[in-house]
Structures are given as C-alpha cells and as structure tokens.
Design a protein around this ligand. Sequence first.
Ligand code: GRF
Length: 209
Amino acid sequence: MVVNLAILVSGRGSNMEAILNSIKIGFISNVEPKVVISNRPNVRALDIAKQYNVPAIVIDDGGKKGRDWDYDKRIVQCLQEHDVRPDNGLVCLAGFMRILSKEFVNMYKYRIMNIHPSLLPSFPGLNAQRQALEYGVKITGCTVHFVDEGVDTGPIILQRAVEVRDDDTVDTLAERILKREHEIYPLAVKLFAENRLRIEGRRVIILSS
Ligand code: GRF
C-alpha cells in the first residue's frame, strides 16, 4: 500500500529535501509526497517543496507557540484535504518548531515522526547541539523517533553517533550531525513504508526485509 506523506517544516528544509530526494531517486518507494506545510511564510523549505512539485501550504501561526489544538485542527484539515489520513498517511516533522497537541498526536498515533539533533534522551528541546557541546559530551548524534505527547520523548526508530571534537563550535558540530540526519531520516521513512517497524512498548524493532 502506498503511504501518503506530509512534511511539516518551519525553515531551511534540508531534512525535507533529503526525504523528497530519496523518493525521487527511488531509495524510498511506495511513498507519495502529498503536501508540505509550514507554520511560517516565506521560508526556504516552501521553495524547495515547489521545486519537487509538492503542494506547499502556509498555515501561519503568527509566531504563537505552545500546544494548541485549535491551530493543529487547521493542520489536520489540510492533511485530510491532501489525503494524508490516519490509515494511509505519514507525517514527518522536519525542523517544525511547534509542539503538537495530544489530540493531533493521538489521531495520527505512530504515524508522526520527528528528527532531533542529539542522541535522545540526552539534550531534548531547543539548541541540542549547543547543549551537548556545553555539557562536554564526547559523543552526540541524531535521533529519528515517533512523536508522542511529550517533547522528544517518543519511541526511538534510528540513531547515529557523531564524535564531538575539541575544536568544534556549535556550527561545525551541527553541520556534521546534519549529514547524519540526512541519512537516517530517509531511511526511517523507507522502513516505515516497507512496514518494517514494529513497536513493542518503548522499543521499535526493525524487521529484516
Ligand atoms: C535539524 O537540525 C533537525 O534535527 C531539527 O531542526 C533542524 C531542521 O533543519 N529538528 P532543516 O530545516 O531540516 O534543514
């Protein structure tokens, strides 16, 4: 069965592009990008989505953050208008700078993924690369996880480790982590589309093909 994909963004869109490109080159099959939604107007991700011929929609939140089912209802309506439903859809958060309401999360249970630039459960929330650098860890990385009601707390699908170098700045570290993000996010989407993710409690078991 084909998975109908929505990607939610707020800015640069490099993870979104990695996923769309992986679909285009056939690394991921049986996934149809249906819509890209941004909570902010005029962001780069919207231009990239158009280059990939994916409808790019702005649902402006006016900079208001915080869980808000009224706002999320507008997202859900847009998803349904583009045929991204709880029974056929996948929603990828890719630098989407909002926390989802529990109503939205429960409606699309285990069908919403997020990418986070640390090895969760270390350094959740904002500025994860800076948190890792300032804490002094020698290894950090990135995580793709299913979204639950918490912030960066859902079942972990894939992780990659990245070494922290003595001469790293937040920018150099973030850049190396981002390269790994661009590998594991498309891979997680591919595994989902191949129906190879089994959730057992907090664990996500990857079935062999
Ligand atoms: C990435 O570092 C991602 O891990 C985090 O936000 C950033 C988004 O970057 N959630 P981009 O918009 O995908 O380029």
